[in-house]
Design a protein around this ligand. Structure first.
Ligand code: FMN
Length: 445
């Protein structure tokens, strides 16, 4: 790879080129050497990393195989802890979901789910199983983090969050990325864990204001985050913005965060996320002061990604007009997805006894939406148009959430004779981010 052998990492390198056009004239011009992502490094503690982070994607989308590729190639990969008990059943032959349903049968026909309980021992075991297996399989000098969403309130927000964080640390995870919420108390919940100061802990924010709140709230702990991911409005999954997300842009928010940190004398690596589609996009951010980029959409169609083939092909076939941000998620956050997401308009019975990861005080917006259609009854299969039963449908890969740039994925691969799209390896996508220049995207062989 030629870029590996380029001499030094200077800001601007002038290359003088002589071209003999006709044999009589020599044309001389100068140009700047363009940089690629590999010219930069992310320093986190003792680790020097390729500044590429594959973001956490739940449920079971940024699977171990995908996350570990980023680690092997010297970057950072994320597991997702969304619905870990259910995924542990699949991967480790457990029966956490069945056991939970049996224990909570009493509320089956009741829209009030305040009696639904998660067994903290089972939550911890599921987390430990996932993390320990991934850490054991880990190769290379990159780092493996876990994406932990505060919004997965599980009818006992504090207790379950604490359990999940502690269990991930117990099982040896390199770092925890706090997501989907302000996470004001999350550091407090693990302050007694022996790894509290040694594990890498970071947070995703969508504004300088959210970061200020987090840092002020944790001032007494004398523990700053090791990194801050600034996620803009073009990301996949839930957005940290309202339905007016178009008014915001990642570059401006990153600049605001960097300016505030400079004013406060804070030297925390900032990682930009959301809509960074090419290596050149990433270089643009790295040259403007971020320490790394977090990317996801390009990896959704990789062979290692957990999405089923049908979803990957749907992403590849999508046009820009097929993508929307809507309020279908019962979390109350806007979410981006393909308009023809299979879950849309389905009216399955709320499955909180089995899942219920979004329950808070026995409530979930999907139960309310379902109740409005069934007039309070819980025993009919109907069409619910304004909300999705997110747990059930994410678990079944029926919510095709995606980044705003999903329609551009078709430019990153080629079509096969049968009309389907070729799926690149995660390594190919990672290397393309790492080495490409000039807005070019290398197609897979
Ligand atoms: C399919 C998909 C699922 C996602 N799920 C989550 C999630 O569970 N938690 C989270 O914090 N971010 C989630 N994200 C956001 C990514 O981790 C990442 O920050 C963002 O999508 C980066 O922007 P890009 O997709 O334009 O590269 C998801 C993104 C995608 C595309």
């Amino acid at each position: 790879m030629p870029m590996r052998h380029w001499p030094e990492r200077t800001d601007v390198q002038t290359i003088t080129v002589f071209i003999n056009i006709t044999g009589r004239h020599a044309c001389r011009f100068s140009r700047k050497r363009m940089k690629c992502v590999d010219d930069f490094r992310l320093r986190l503690g003792n680790s020097e990393l390729v500044p590429i982070v594959i973001g956490g994607m739940g449920v079971d989308i940024s699977v171990q195989q995908l996350a570990l590729e980023a680690v092997r190639l010297g970057g950072i990969g994320h597991l997702s802890d969304a619905m870990m008990m259910d995924t542990a059943d699949r991967y480790f032959g457990k029966h956490f979901t069945r056991d939970k349903m049996r224990a909570n049968m009493a509320s089956m026909n009741n829209p009030d789910k305040s009696g639904v309980r998660f067994d903290p021992g089972a939550v911890a075991e599921a987390t430990r199983l996932h993390v320990a297996a991934a850490m054991e399989a880990k190769r290379g000098h990159g780092l493996l983090f876990i994406n932990l969403m505060e919004k997965l309130t599980m009818n006992a927000p504090r207790e379950t969050m604490q359990t999940r964080m502690n269990a991930a640390l117990d099982a040896g995870i390199d770092g925890i990325t706090l997501a989907a919420g302000l996470n004001q108390n999350s550091f407090h919940l693990i302050q007694d864990h022996p790894r509290f100061r040694d594990a890498k802990l970071g947070i995703i924010v969508s504004s300088a204001r959210a970061l200020q709140i987090f840092i002020r709230r944790n001032a007494k702990l004398n523990r700053l985050p090791d990194y801050v991911i600034v996620e803009g409005p073009l990301a996949g999954g839930h957005l940290g913005f309202g339905m007016d997300w178009v008014k915001y842009d990642l570059k401006t928010i990153v600049a605001e965060v960097l300016a505030w940190m400079q004013k406060e004398n804070l030297a925390i690596p900032v990682i930009a996320a959301g809509g960074i589609f090419t290596g050149s996009d990433a270089v643009g951010f790295l040259e403007n002061g971020v320490a790394a980029v977090q990317v996801a959409t390009r990896f959704t169609i990789s062979r290692e990604c957990g999405l089923p083939e049908a979803a990957k092909q749907a992403y590849l076939g999508a046009e820009e007009s097929d993508i929307e941000v809507n309020m279908q998620s019962p979390t109350g956050y806007p979410m981006r997805m393909l308009k023809r997401t299979p879950a849309m308009g389905q009216g399955i019975r709320p499955n909180c006894e089995m899942y219920g990861y979004l329950l808070e005080n026995g409530k979930c917006e999907y139960i309310d939406a379902y109740g409005r259609v069934t007039h309070g009854g819980m025993d009919r299969k109907v069409a619910v148009n304004d909300k999705i039963c997110l747990c059930t449908h994410m678990r079944n890969y029926d919510v095709w959430t995606c980044g705003q740039n999903t329609w551009r994925l078709k430019d990153t691969t080629h079509r096969l004779e049968d009309g389907s799209w070729f799926l690149p390896s995660a390594e190919h996508v990672f290397r393309d981010y790492q080495y490409s220049k000039n807005q070019q995207i290398k197609l897979p062989d």
